[in-house]
Design a protein around this ligand. Structure first.
Ligand SMILES: *Cc1c(COP(=O)(O)O)cnc(C)c1O
Length: 353
């Protein structure tokens, strides 16, 4: 057998033995109620968003044809950036191919060898990949532990040129919120920069001192990512963020859809409110997010529970390491504006049965 095939099969076997092999689940069968989507506001299927995608493709074509710095720039991109900056209260914004590409472009543009990154223990993989690409020294602070971050800053800040702190406003697998104001104040006091990933934040409130990154692929129902901050930062990133410079600009349909989605999200605040209310009805715990984890522990137990719910007509993904820490495999319930109260009551009953 050629060595590449042998290697691949060997790796598959290892992943399978540790319960980590992922399989494509295929499209959900018709009628299945999903608690797995990040389409929190229900905008990916909104007729006006789809029409905007079609109109943008009709006017500008199916693809951008080149990187923006070459000749892939078209007016919708700057229009979207202006709207994002306005929405997040920033001077300027810059669009990327995805949230992932935003992270791996922005972080290495800001820090490198001789710099320090202090990252919350639970940050998303895309920020860890950005940190690795940057070659800065990476240290982690305990999840949402401001005192731990403070002690790390006090101990290590003096030895490094720049320090970048990484966190998420709403954590993707736990649904809890970072103590952002306290972290921002600490960063200001220690002259550290703060990058906050707002991929799962349903409102657009943002700390003035933080650099915001986010995605167009979740609440906005389209595809793409963005960073928002000062005009100087964005101007610098245009010729420093390699994941934007050396890649083709977003396709017009995605940008047209995101522009319309941003408009609807703002005009129809009930969408975000309903998603959060649905999460509250399920968890009975007030939180400002639409994500509720149901931690089971072992990979096998999480997969079994997910399969049981699926049989009853509910899709709830089992999330396993390395997405979450070892021993905390879980069902991740995500709530959207389009779920009905009876769906939530039924899934609770099924979970208890
Ligand atoms: C999904 C996600 C991203 C990546 O966004 P994409 O646009 O899907 O690439 C980044 N950060 C967090 C916290 C996410 O959950």
């Amino acid at each position: 057998m050629p060595s590449l095939e042998a290697y691949s099969l060997e790796q598959i076997k290892k992943l399978e033995q540790s319960g980590r092999l992922r399989r494509l689940p295929g499209a959900l069968p018709a009628g299945m109620v999903s608690f797995g989507s990040n389409d929190y506001l229900g905008l990916s299927q909104h007729p006006a968003v789809i029409a905007a995608a079609q109109a943008a493709a009709g006017q500008y074509g199916a693809g951008a044809g080149a990187s923006r710095l070459v000749c892939g720039d078209y007016p919708l991109l700057s229009q979207l950036e202006a709207k994002l900056a306005e929405a997040y209260g920033a001077e300027s914004a810059m669009v990327f191919g995805s949230g992932y590409l935003t992270s791996i472009g922005v972080i290495p543009a800001l820090v490198g060898k001789g710099d320090l990154i202090l990252a919350d223990k639970l940050i998303h993989a895309c920020m860890l990949d950005g940190a690795a690409l940057s070659n800065a020294k990476l240290k982690r602070f305990r999840h949402n532990d401001v005192a731990h971050l403070k002690s790390l800053l006090a101990e290590h800040r003096p030895q490094y040129r720049q320090v970048l702190v990484l966190t998420e406003s709403i954590f993707s697998m736990d649904g809890d919120a970072a103590p952002e104001a306290e972290i921002a104040a600490l960063c200001t006091a220690h002259d550290a920069w703060l990058l906050v990933d707002r991929a799962h934040q349903l409102d657009t409130r943002a700390t003035k001192t933080a650099i915001t990154m986010g995605t167009l692929s979740k609440a906005y129902g389209s595809y793409g990512g963005f960073v928002a901050g000062s005009a100087a930062l964005v101007q610098y990133l245009r010729t420093a963020a390699r994941s934007a410079m050396f890649t083709t600009a977003l396709p017009p349909a995605a940008v047209g859809a995101a522009l319309k989605a941003l408009e609807i999200a703002k005009a129809e605040a009930w969408r975000a409110e309903k998603a959060i209310e649905n999460a509250y009805c399920f968890s009975n715990k007030f939180q400002n997010s639409s994500i509720v984890p149901h931690v089971v522990g072992s990979n096998e137990a999480a997969l079994a529970l997910s399969a049981k719910l699926r049989k009853a007509g509910f899709f709830v993904p089992a999330i396993r390491p390395p997405t979450v820490p070892e021993g905390t495999a879980r069902l991740r319930f995500s709530f959207t504006a389009l779920q009905e109260m009876h769906h939530i009551k039924e899934v609770i009953a099924c979970l208890k049965s």
